[in-house]
Design a protein around this ligand. Structure first.
Ligand SMILES: Nc1nc2c(ncn2[C@@H]2O[C@H](COP(=O)(O)OP(=O)(O)O)[C@@H](O)[C@H]2O)c(=O)[nH]1
Ligand SMILES: [Mg+2]
Length: 463
């Protein structure tokens, strides 16, 4: 990691606190409306489940103008939590909010967590729990579920397991889950869930890593944490948190930049750590902690027509980049699908009266998916696209950031197809689709490995 840039204010906090056993870290940016609840839940979890430990709660904020940091400090004080839980902990909770420094001029969730890692290491904590500040479904028990495996079970990294609506977590479902599983062999269902438990040892390992990038300072941080734990051989488990309810995002409208940061990071990590994945065949389950839960997460609307539209218009702008990044047959198959997506999206818009004069039409996801029925982006084609990107990243003819930007419209096409195909499926059947795709990634892994080794040989010949 680049040299530490902790501000004097953060150094003062570290000196004041001295040390701690367990830390909850919460990154935030404009979360005044939701962070108070997260702080109270985390606080209650520390008091209820870890009354004999020395706890600290740290909010790492971007300097939000909406009063996020004030909410952290002013939300109900420790007395409140102790009185409703009838617990008198050995150590009073310290609640800290700080404005994290940018890293090489870049701020974001990763830069926020980096300051949290540095504080956790300086205070010598045994367990660090990080949770998002837009959570609605967090309960005090989450703190035990995320820290318990570390303090009781000797694990170093705890990934979340949640019930998510079938259209939520599309970057996870299409890329980070199947690719992490096929590369490293661990079936971690939510590698970028955002709510993690990390041991003190792993925090120190994080701080020793080279190759921090601007994407890691942003939303690349989650996959970086998970992959760094796996590549470093740390003991990893999952924990059952129930449902993830947070500020919703529509893939076509909100997820482009996040996709680029996450996928750029997973590709660079694959290129940096071939020894951690080249020899891995198949995959295995990762132990899960916590009692099973049966919860239906709230549904989420997705503009499926827009996804296919973006796929099509992306193909017009990026055909050249696709042909350079993908194997010829794969590129042609993707271009054919994109050519089909455009007219299908137009026909669906017309049918549902979208964009018509004097009509304000807001069709549901189901209506849109129904109007697009028949569109199908095959699993194996998607797996080949992703694997070709790993190879192209390694070649470096196009920068990874450009490759990933070119991939975004294809991802939209893939997600559009999943929405169409899952429109009538219940949660279990939609999950089976995700599993099927993950198996396809594993099945095609030899294709990736062969291409990687051929490239090795070519690079050696050229050297
Ligand atoms: N400090 C900081 N936190 C951020 C920034 N962007 C996002 N976050 C936090 O990262 C967490 C996850 O962000 P969110 O937008 O909910 O992403 P998602 O749930 O993964 O789609 C939340 O706690 C955000 O407040 C940022 O620029 N700075
Ligand atoms: Mg969120």
């Amino acid at each position: 990691m680049p040299p530490t840039t902790l501000t004097p204010a953060i150094r003062d906090e570290i000196a004041r606190l001295g040390r701690a056993d367990i830390m909850v870290g919460i990154p935030s940016f404009r979360n005044a409306a939701t962070i108070g609840y997260v702080v109270r839940a985390a606080h209650a979890g520390l008091v209820q489940y870890f009354p004999d430990q020395k706890p600290v709660l740290v909010n790492s904020d971007a300097g939000s103008p909406d009063g996020t940091q004030r909410v952290v400090i002013e939300t109900e004080p420790p007395d409140y939590v102790e009185s409703i839980l009838l617990v008198r902990p050995t150590n009073r909770l310290d609640r800290v909010t700080l404005t994290y420094p940018e890293i090489d001029g870049t701020g974001g969730k990763g830069a926020a967590l980096r300051a949290i890692f540095e504080m956790a290491a300086a205070l010598d904590v045994q367990a660090l729990v990080v949770v998002d500040s837009d959570l609605r479904s967090i309960a005090p028990e989450w703190i035990e579920l995320l820290a318990g495996p570390i303090l009781k079970g000797g694990y170093d990294f705890v990934a979340p397991l949640y019930a998510r609506y079938k259209y939520d977590g599309t970057i996870t479902n299409t890329v980070t889950y199947p690719l992490t599983r096929a590369l490293y062999g661990h079936r971690i269902r939510q590698p970028i869930g955002g709510d993690f438990g990390v041991s003190g040892d792993l925090v120190r390992h994080y701080l020793e890593q080279e190759g921090w990038t601007a994407d890691i300072s942003k939303f690349g941080i989650d996959i970086w944490m998970t992959t760094t734990a796996l590549a470093g051989g740390f003991a990893v488990c999952q924990t059952r948190l129930g449902a993830k309810v947070h500020d919703p995002k529509d893939p076509g409208a909100d997820l482009g930049p996040m996709f680029r940061q996450v996928v750029g990071t997973i590709l660079r990590l694959a290129v940096d750590h071939p020894d951690a994945w080249l020899g891995v065949k198949g995959s295995h389950d990762v132990p899960a902690y916590g009692f099973e839960r049966i919860i239906d997460p709230p549904p989420l609307e997705v503009n499926a027509i827009r996804l296919l539209d973006e796929f099509h218009s992306g193909s017009l702008a990026m055909a050249d980049a696709w042909r350079r990044a993908l194997e010829p047959a794969t590129a042609e198959a993707v271009l054919l699908l994109a050519a089909e997506a455009g007219p299908r999206a137009d026909a669906a818009s017309q049918k549902l009266g979208i964009g018509g004069e004097n009509v304000e039409s807001h069709p549901s996801t189901l209506e849109m998916a129904e109007a697009l029925a028949g569109f199908h982006f095959p699993d194996d084609l998607w797996a080949r696209v992703v694997y070709d990107l790993v190879i192209a990243s390694r070649k470096g003819e196009l920068e990874t950031s450009h490759l990933v930007a070119a991939l975004v419209p294809i991802y939209f096409g893939r997600v559009g197809s999943l929405v169409v195909e899952c429109r009538h499926l219940d949660a279990a059947d939609a999950e089976e689709r995700v599993e099927r795709q993950a198996r396809e990634f594993e099945l095609l892994k030899p294709y990736l490995v062969e291409r990687w080794r051929a490239l090795d040989a070519a690079l050696e010949d050229g050297a």
